[in-house]
Ligand binder design. Sequence first.
Ligand code: SF4
Length: 408
Amino acid sequence: MPDPSFKPVPYPMSPFPRTTLPTPYPHIPLPHIPASGIYIHIPFCRSRCHFCAFYLQIYREDRAQDYLTALFREIQLHVEQSTLGDRRLDAVYFGGGTPTTLQPSALGEILACIRASFGLQPDAEITVEAHPDTVTREGLSHLVNAGFNRISFGVQSLDDDELARMGRSALPDKTSTAVASARDAGFTNLNLDLIFGLSGQTLESWQSTLAQAIALNPTHLSCYALTVEDGTRLIVDIRRGDCAHPEEALQNAMEDEAVKQLTAAGFTRYEISNYSRPEYACRHNKLYWEGGEYLGLGPSAQSYVDGARFGNVEDLKAYQDLSADGCLPIAEREQLDPERRHREALVFGLRLTEGIPIDSIQAGKLDADCKAKMAQLLNEGWLEETGGRMKLTAAGRRFADSVAVELL
Ligand code: SF4
């Protein structure tokens, strides 16, 4: 599951014409050469979890075939337009949805196409998201042989009742079997996604989920606070009184518990929701927070290339029609001015535990208004300066989205 706390920075809707992208984009030099990556959105799941608001469809073989045809066409269009120029990719990320609803051979073909179409660093991180219920030992071996070197399991909870209440099919023993199979197949870099604040979840059951997750010995854990999104079954259930809205105090206690248990187990919290063993921070996710560039492929995928943010159409049929017509399936696009880019770099960089170097703030990149707001946030205790870096305080981390709104 992509980081649900990551929200593409909003920009005015400006339907992009059904023509091709204007190229080349005006290039505004950045102070460093950013890393770059590709995100592939695979919009299928076997069923929809009650809390999930991502764009997806229920998997069907015919839908998958049509999607693959459109995806290969989209890749070809980006190659023809040289969207990524001669960049060499540091990370490729297959997210969704549930990528492993597709056959392992299809995932391997997509990766081979990416490899043949764009430059990949020899040690590029290549991640596939997986639902524990959709993998087999044989299929996982196929993925390793195809070149995938990181797997991210959407586990969410290791409590039977909590899983059932959120409409998930995978029971805890399925997760431990899937993790063992992945390791057996050759995956050594392995993430587990967990959610806290679920309906009926207690501090004790969260402690147990964390302990079981740690016992599976992953290299990375993502712990997301549940947010209630419009358009989900969860929000309907809450309105009907069938379940309760997550309690803020309990979620805060659960977050503290995650920090405590994971730190004791040797993980470092390197971002608000992400913890890793040394050297295993997710390179793809760091692209978002460190000003890296990424090209998103597939319906609803978001991109940031050459100082422009652009996003694909969400609807699978529209995505397929545009690609078939030889048009990049882009719905909206905004070229950021340098001031906006510096503000965004600040806001995303603050999500990292290490924060950002104060030098980069003092180098005159930020406008006076933004600096004044930072001074105010420092005074109010949401930001702090330590070790030559600007960081969110513990309180600021809980309200990172509000801090971002202030600074953008
Ligand atoms: S498996 Fe993941 S993407 Fe699919 S519905 Fe559940 S949370 Fe959403």
